[in-house]
Design a protein around this ligand. Structure first.
Ligand code: ZN
Length: 594
């Protein structure tokens, strides 16, 4: 169909009337009245009869695109140029979002389609004022919806007070039952939770296992091995377990639970007497659903992504349910504390827990990243401390990252490294000599740099003087050609000055770097000589400090331990590997069998 616009003498495109009922408010004009008013307006303003009017009406309650098939049909007709005007009762019937609405209006304008709203007659989309009005009105519509959302929340508080189950999948161990009642002559239906025995056994066992073993993965493994099933009959993942362990629905409501919630400033909608030590907790507002426009969404064909977030406990609304709780408040609270501890341990990974000495000092042989300690639950070293391994940081943080990096047995490695370092001053003169010569090399290099810096400084002074002289002579010259060549020369000098200053700056930084390296080598040399005697005297923290004074890093390749003292160029190890070389045979690096 050929494109028309409003300047055509005859426009046989139809008039679209769009009506949508909002079930949320139900206070708005009914859909029939909306339609009638729109049709009246269409006939009056566009001088058409009823056969020229296409009516689109949606009953969808959410106003989201997916719930509005007729709206989508209208957009298609707009795209196919079948329509010359869209009439609606109120602009919030068209779109809930200012941006969407404005985009749509702009697109309609390009096709010469008018947009009229019955209750907002001032707006005529062909004028600037009209556009501003649209923007304003849709902003107001958005605001009105926020108010509605607030009203829904208020309503939720009311339901919370009654301990109702608000619907959705009931938690494992419960099913949802309906209770009919007559209140004030009105019949009402409410949902409550009722116990389901098998699920409750599973839930109790999950809390028991988790509190005993302090491990989500371990608990998941055991609970699956014991044949317990999820509400849908599947196996448990650690994530699913965590959701169960965090669900307050299982906790028996007593004054300790009330105190727990109050410590997080959670709004509690129950009297003290309701915390009777038998019923379970009902918590609302725990999750949030968001709908975001997808990146390949188009105005006439929007796509949305829905996501669910767990809200912070401080945003919960808590009351007492009608169901019975099954986990004591003490166990439930202990579980929350343990979960928190685990997530903290996971992020900070404190070495104190494992008494590892080399965490962060070991570098991954595959990628060069630092390796950090990871404890093994329920395994112990000969001295009674918890067993641990060193794991490549990339491998630890990224799924599938640095997959081939072998984990290193921590306890054995720590002992070997300490033993070798203790022997260093006594027997292994070659290493020590090499180490000292590294320091000597650095010292020499440092002197060279100093010389170069002095040279550059001289050159800078010279150029600055030259520029001054040229500028002075410029004043006495009157011949234009000579003037030009002096300008050119000054320009050259400035360029060179900039370059030399740059070099100077770089070298100064290098020199500083060298100085600090040299300093740390000096410190390390002193520390090596004292290491054997000192390590026996100091405690754990002291050991950590001593090792960090003398070690640059440790790299494990195969069954060889490469120990790099401060000042040894460990980066070369990786450079060499990139070129396919095998540094095990390079003299600089010493290794011992693990
Ligand atoms: Zn790695």
């Amino acid at each position: 169909m050929p494109r028309r616009n409003k300047h055509d003498s005859v426009d046989d495109r139809k008039i679209a009337v769009y009506a949508r009922k909002s079930k949320i408010t139900e206070t708005g004009k009914s859909i029939e009245i909306q339609k009638e008013k729109c049709i009246q307006l269409a006939c009056a303003q566009f001088n058409v009869d009823i056969s020229d009017i296409l009516v689109y009406e949606d009953e969808g309650k959410s106003g989201f695109y997916a719930d509005r098939p007729q709206y989508r049909r209208m957009l298609r007709d707009i795209e196919e140029n079948k329509i010359r005007a869209v009439i609606c009762y109120k602009i919030d019937r068209i779109s809930r979002r200012t941006v969407d609405l404005l985009n749509l209006v702009q697109q309609m304008e390009q096709k010469g389609i008018s947009f009229v709203s019955v209750s907002d007659r001032e707006l005529d989309t062909s004028t600037r004022t009209g556009k501003i009005m649209i923007s304003l009105l849709s902003a107001i519509a958005e605001f009105e919806r926020d108010i509605i959302a607030e009203r829904i929340t208020d309503n939720m508080y009311e339901l919370a007070k009654e301990g109702r189950w608000l619907g959705g999948t009931p938690p494992l161990g419960y099913c949802s039952i309906q209770e009919k009642a007559t209140a004030g002559g009105k019949k009402t239906v409410a949902n409550y939770l009722a116990p389901s025995e098998e699920g409750q056994r599973t839930v109790k066992r999950i809390f028991e296992l988790f509190l005993k073993h302090s491990s989500l993965l371990g608990t998941a493994k055991m609970i699956n091995n014991e044949g317990h099933k999820t509400g849908r009959g599947g196996t448990f993942t650690d994530r699913a377990l965590k959701a169960i362990l965090q669900n307050p629905v299982y906790a028996i409501a007593d004054m300790d639970m009330k105190a727990y919630f109050e410590s997080y400033e959670v709004s509690v909608w129950a009297e003290d007497k309701d915390f009777d030590g038998t019923r379970g907790i009902a918590a609302y507002n725990k999750t949030e659903h968001t709908k975001e426009l997808d990146s390949n969404s188009r105005t006439l064909d929007p796509k949305y992504n829905q996501r669910t977030f767990r809200k912070d406990i401080t945003e919960w609304v808590v009351s007492i349910g009608k169901h019975e709780g099954i986990i004591s408040s003490a166990d439930w609270i202990a579980t929350q504390n343990l979960l928190e501890e685990i997530s903290k341990e996971y992020s900070a990974r404190p070495r104190e827990v494992s008494k590892s000495l080399l965490s962060g000092l070991i570098r991954c042989v595959s990628c060069g990243s630092r390796m950090f300690v990871k404890t093994e639950s329920n395994r112990y070293n000969p001295d009674g401390t918890i067993r641990f391994r060193y794991v490549c940081d990339v491998k630890y943080r990224k799924k599938g990252g640095c997959e081939k990096s072998p984990n290193v047995k921590g306890y054995d490695l720590d002992h070997i490294v300490i033993e070798k370092l203790c022997n260093l001053s006594k027997e292994d003169d070659a290493v020590l000599n090499e180490f000292f010569s590294a320091g000597n090399n650095m010292r020499m290099k440092s002197q060279e740099i100093e010389k170069e810096i002095a040279h550059l400084k001289k050159r800078i002074n010279q150029i600055e003087r030259d520029i001054q002289n040229q500028i002075v002579s410029l004043r006495s010259v009157t011949v234009e050609i000579i003037k030009q060549s002096i300008y050119a020369d000054v320009e050259m000098l400035h360029k060179e000055l900039a370059e030399v200053q740059d070099q100077h700056k770089k070298l100064c930084a290098d020199s500083k770097d060298q100085d600090s390296q040299l300093e740390s080598v000096e410190r390390a040399r002193k520390s090596i000589l004292e290491f054997a005697s000192q390590i026996k005297l100091v405690g754990y923290e002291g050991k950590l400090q001593l090792l960090r004074k003398i070690l640059d890093c440790v790299i494990i390749k195969g069954n060889h331990v490469h120990i790099f003292l401060k000042g040894m160029d460990s980066d070369n190890f990786f450079e060499e590997r990139k070129r396919g070389g095998d540094l095990c045979h390079i003299k600089q690096y010493r290794y011992w069998r693990l």
